[in-house]
Design a protein around this ligand. Structure first.
Ligand code: MN
Length: 733
């Protein structure tokens, strides 16, 4: 590829000019020259290097410096360090050179940055101990961490050029360490961007899906926001407020997080955006003004009392100040409203960057900055000397189904949540798992069944004499540990069963019985054991005695009782006739011919995925595939299960339950019953309503034809004023 050196040189200069423009206002005399010098040194040092994208490497430090200036608000020293941040690590420039050229402070910060990338970027797994050590050493100058965040942000923005494995490593690390760190430092905008990019590179499909849905629902959302805002704006302006009021959709990541942790669908939460009201208010009147706004809003919209958050009287640990309330908006939708001043808004979005802007009084500004730095230092120097404790602070609400635990050497392992010490042992190695006798978690002795938490440090204790036991299967949740334990138990049983076979043979001979396969299997049936293997196993353990064999002989000689046999064949017959020619039970058309009914535990209706389950006394029961009992039935009694499907028959009605929640509006019950009775062919069987403190909750049981029919009713009910949520319930409670 032909590279146009001249064009590149021009572009480098352009980028440099943009950087200077971004920070010029804050520079003091002589500082521009130092930045120029750092720029030139960096250009020279990186001149032969290119990024993965093919661009000149110097674009990266310039952009990082730009982020530091614009989005974090660092001054000249920070910008100089950002420009030089990769030189000592990646080029011939030494730390001494930097010290000679830019002095002690800059070289100290560069040293910190070099160490961080040595420890964090270049190891395959993050070691908690090291991470804390590095951060602690560097917290002497907080700019190390801030520049590192800017560096990471730019790397995330340009991650598309990396190999897939690298992308996954960097993106996971970002979600694990850097996004929570940005959050801790109050850098909300950076946190949000890191999270969204982190999701994009770890789960592109989900990311695209949410992004697409957000776009599709945008017009509708905008219309609603306008409807919500308009009357408020008018009255607030009338009351003399200078303000900005707007709707903010949640970030892709926070929507993803909500879907995952609260187990809801996008459709249920997409309208959960926040309305933000930012007012102009002098420092001494901030609190009063925010509460005045609150009072005006709640004259308009009914607030939910449990959802008031006053972070003005007591700001969050990262400095966040704001007043949050949730009110019932038009169309019966809950809407979160955030009330804050311009100063608070800047602080929330840009953290550190915003401090320099507020110059009401110089000493006040200084003391606030001091305070903030102090708080960060405290956080990093956490009095508890345990490094893992520190990692625990970064606990991820993000990977809600995964956790991170550490070996004594600090290697990180990922396990599903609720994993135990024994799972961890098998994760290390199956031999370690087999011989595990216990563990030390954070230096405390715990049993095999101990449930681990994210951030735990685990040391496994083993013994050559140990072997897996049956109940170990109850102690593990990972598939790896489960299958390994099962394999070993099977082997053990086989060995034991071999001994057991000899014992049984001998016992049979003692009773003058000729040992044969046929006889053994009859004996097994007689004892109601699932397999011959099980019989031998019992025998080996001494659990088969002569009396049982004698009773068996008596039973064999007695006239044949066919009771049990009959039951089994009855089930077989039922199963066969239910399956019919198509190997499938068709529900709806020959209701009368076959003896079946709909189970009460999940109330299936046409449209649901269902299966038939043959019972001895009550014929065939139809269950939903997602019935709470389905797993048990399908796994234990597969031979009794009949595949089933519905035939559309409008004449048949099925019972289904709905739960309705919302606010207690006048006439709401009346409106609900009106809707139900106006729907064609829907009959109500039971209805039950309850209100408590303005919150309304009702359950109704209705007869419907199928899921389509039910969904239609649900969407009509949702339109009623005051109704917030309509969901299907399984049981008539
Ligand atoms: Mn870099």
């Amino acid at each position: 590829m032909q590279i146009d050196i001249e064009a590149e040189r021009k572009e480098i200069l352009n980028r440099y000019k943009r950087l200077i423009k971004a920070c010029k206002r804050r520079l003091e005399k002589g500082e521009k020259e130092i930045i120029r010098k750092a720029f030139e040194v960096s250009v020279e040092a990186h001149k032969e290097m290119r990024r993965k994208s093919g661009e000149p490497y110097i674009y990266h430090p310039i952009t990082v410096a730009q982020i530091c200036a614009e989005e974090i608000g660092l001054g000249a020293t920070g910008i100089v360090c950002a420009l030089l941040h990769d030189t000592v690590e990646d080029t011939d420039l030494s730390l001494d050179d930097v010290k000679g050229l830019f002095g002690e402070k800059v070289s100290q910060i560069i040293n910190g940055l070099t160490k961080i990338s040595g420890v964090i970027d270049n190891t395959t797994s993050i070691q908690a101990e090291n991470f804390k050590k590095v951060l602690l050493t560097m917290s002497e100058d907080i700019r190390v961490i801030l520049i590192k965040l800017a560096d990471r942000l730019h790397n995330m923005r340009t991650l598309e050029h990396m190999k897939r494995e690298k992308q996954i490593k960097i993106a996971s690390e970002t979600l694990f360490l850097y996004a929570p760190l940005a959050n801790r430092l109050g850098l909300n905008a950076i946190k949000t961007e890191l999270e969204d990019l982190g999701l994009k590179y770890t789960d592109l499909e989900t990311y695209n899906d949410i992004e697409k849905k957000l776009k599709e629902t945008e017009p509708e959302r905008k219309k609603f926001i306008q409807k919500f805002i308009d009357p408020l704006k008018e009255i607030l302006i009338e009351q003399g407020f200078k303000l900005k009021i707007f709707g903010r959709p949640k970030s892709i990541y926070s929507i993803y997080n909500k879907i995952k942790t609260k187990k809801v669908t996008f459709e249920e939460i997409y309208d959960l955006f926040a309305i933000r009201i930012v007012i102009d208010s002098p420092l001494e009147k901030e609190k009063l003004d925010c509460w005045r706004v609150y009072s005006i809003i709640t004259d308009f919209y009914h607030p939910s009392p449990e959802r008031l958050r006053d972070w003005i009287s007591s700001p969050k640990i990262n400095g966040y100040e704001s007043l949050h309330t949730t009110v019932m908006g038009p169309e019966g939708k809950w809407v979160e409203v955030q009330i804050r001043t311009n100063r608070m808004n800047d602080l929330a979005e840009n953290g550190y960057a915003s401090h320099w802007k507020y110059k009401d009084s110089f000493s006040e500004k200084e003391s606030k900055l001091e305070n903030w730095l102090l708080r960060i230092r405290e956080m990093l120097e956490n009095p508890d000397p345990d490094a893992l404790e520190f990692i625990d602070d970064f606990k991820l609400n993000l990977f809600s189904d995964e956790m991170f635990v550490f070996t004594p050497k600090g290697d990180m392992k990922t396990l599903p949540i609720n994993s135990t010490a024994l799972d961890f042992a098998f994760e290390i190695h199956s031999k370690v798992g087999e011989q595990c006798i216990g563990a030390k978690v954070n230096h405390k002795l715990v049993p095999l069944s101990y449930e681990l938490k994210s951030g735990d440090q685990v040391e496994i204790l083993t013994s050559g004499k140990q072997a897996p036991k049956d109940d170990w299967l109850n102690y593990v949740i990972t598939a790896k540990a489960k299958s390994k334990i099962k394999d070993i138990l099977k082997d053990q049983r086989k060995k034991v069963a071999k001994e057991g076979k000899e014992i049984t043979e001998r016992k049979f001979l003692e009773q003058n019985l000729q040992f044969s396969k046929q006889l053994i299997s009859e004996f097994c049936n007689y004892l109601k054991l699932p397999s011959v293997q099980e019989l031998f196993y019992r025998a080996a353990l001494g659990n088969v005695d002569a009396q049982e064999i004698k009773d068996f002989i008596k039973f064999k000689e007695a006239p044949v009782k066919k009771g049990k046999q009959n039951e089994i064949s009855k089930i077989e017959q039922l199963v066969t006739s239910a399956r019919g020619k198509s190997d499938m039970l068709v529900i709806g058309d020959d209701l009368k011919k076959l003896d079946y009914n709909l189970s009460q535990c999940c109330n299936p209706i046409p449209g649901d995925d269902v299966f038939g389950f043959v019972t001895e006394l009550e014929g065939i029961r139809i269950h939903r595939v997602n019935c709470p009992n389905a797993v048990k039935l399908l796994s234990n009694y597969a031979y009794r299960v009949v595949r089933a499907k519905w035939v559309n028959d409008k004449l048949i009605s099925f019972l289904a339950g709905l739960k309705i929640t919302g606010t207690d509006e006048i006439g709401i019950v009346n409106n609900i019953t009106k809707i139900i009775s106006s729907e064609n062919h829907i009959n109500m069987r039971a209805i039950n309503f309850d209100t408590d403190g303005g919150i309304f909750e009702g359950t109704i049981m209705v007869y419907v034809h199928d899921t389509k029919h039910l969904n239609h009713l649900k969407s009509n009910l949702k339109k009623i004023k005051g109704v917030n949520r309509v969901e299907r319930i399984d049981e008539k409670s």
